[in-house]
Design a protein around this ligand. Sequence first.
Ligand SMILES: Cc1ncc(COP(=O)(O)O)c(C=O)c1O
Length: 468
Amino acid sequence: MMKPVVQLDHSQTTPLFLQIYQRLRQAIAEGRLKPGDRVPPMRNLATELNLARGTVEAAYQMLISEGYLLPRGPAGTIVSPQLAHQRPRQLATPAPPIASVQQRPAGALAFQMGMPALDVFPQSIWARLLNRRQREDGIATLTYPDPQGYSALREAIAAYLGVSRGIACTPEQIFICPGYRSALARICRVLMQPKEAWWFEDPGYFHAKDCLLENDANLVPIPVDTGGINIEAAIDQRPDARFALVTPAHQSPLGVSLTLSRRLALLDWANRQQAWVVEDDYDSEYRYVSRPLPALKSLDDGGRVLYIGTFSKVLFPGLRLAYLVLPEAVQERFLIETIRCPHDCPYLLQATLTDFITQGHFSRHLRKMRSLYAQRREYLCQALKEVFGNRLRIDLQAGGMHLLAYLEAGERDKVWADKALMAGLSIQALSSWRQSITGEPGIMLGFTNVSSPEHAQILAERLRFAVQ
Ligand SMILES: Cc1ncc(COP(=O)(O)O)c(C=O)c1O
């Protein structure tokens, strides 16, 4: 069956693994391979085509990471049944952003930012813990959860924050929320008056911007440079702001860390003004040159920092579990709001996560991801350098989950992002993350799902082809 699907042209300059990838993808798009169909075992296809197994494996890995194929262990690899919900043409030519939100293939899009490595999450451990809780916890799994969050999970998070992020807090200060934006919206509802001013990093995380605007905040864009958000400029511009939203560990999206002197200046301003600092600590665990930096919250003697953590990056975003750590002085106000208007997260997921943390799987997973991501980052860096040479200038930072690469003067990053998307590559344009401050054009590329040097090479080649 496969012979007509995979026929290689050895005279072409296109690498053989890329040809295999393209042929299979084309066959899926044209309906010659249908959702649920088995594709040939890698070894058989390699023998048939007289190639090394690694060559076929690189193509399969890429199709798996893009959601076209689904590995089924000993049962073989099949075309993803999820694709049954898509029309063939959408597979060949990826849909524009709005449609792709609803209809993207399962798994991460190539280069998708902020997505952890989905291929290495220990699903069998997770499933075992979840099943055990479902079996043993009986009624607790069926009723309404504690609106503040499962108490044993809050205890586990408090212990983790003490050890890993230098934050001393009690479980009572922690509020579990279904994702970062829910935590942010909750802060607006409890502490903000309409139109109050927020210092907001420029460039900065667009989902946070949208969420704050939706909640009637007044955003004051503050420039970010190599030392993070410029606190002096912020004080010059709006000393009377009521809030500052910052990403001190790895600024989103530039990846720089907020310097100690700026951290202290920020806290000093907040104490003097009785303003609130919201710390978004979304991916601080991923640092490749040294241990993760302590959180800003660890320096917060005056009780002005509201800390938001999420499990989206350290585990997986489908979990929809984030948390707020509050200063003691506002705990009660949040509790009242939470009881009046709960933001519940399912008990079963919270209980499973508790076991995952307390039984040591969480810290093991993090350790593994740190070294895996360092490796994957290197794969992508090398491939981009090889394929693009001086066309891209990579700005390598100490941590994070994506690469930032600046384009040559005159290039338009939004055009790159649009063209890449048409080729199924989810890169982001730096200028789309800016508000009022203009700067060099650049692109952001997630590297966490780049599984091998060959995969990196394929993706880099595809990007070059897309933007030429
Ligand atoms: C800057 C930043 N903060 C927070 C988050 C976490 O959001 P959530 O908890 O909704 O997945 C993300 C996710 O991409 C992010 O990029």
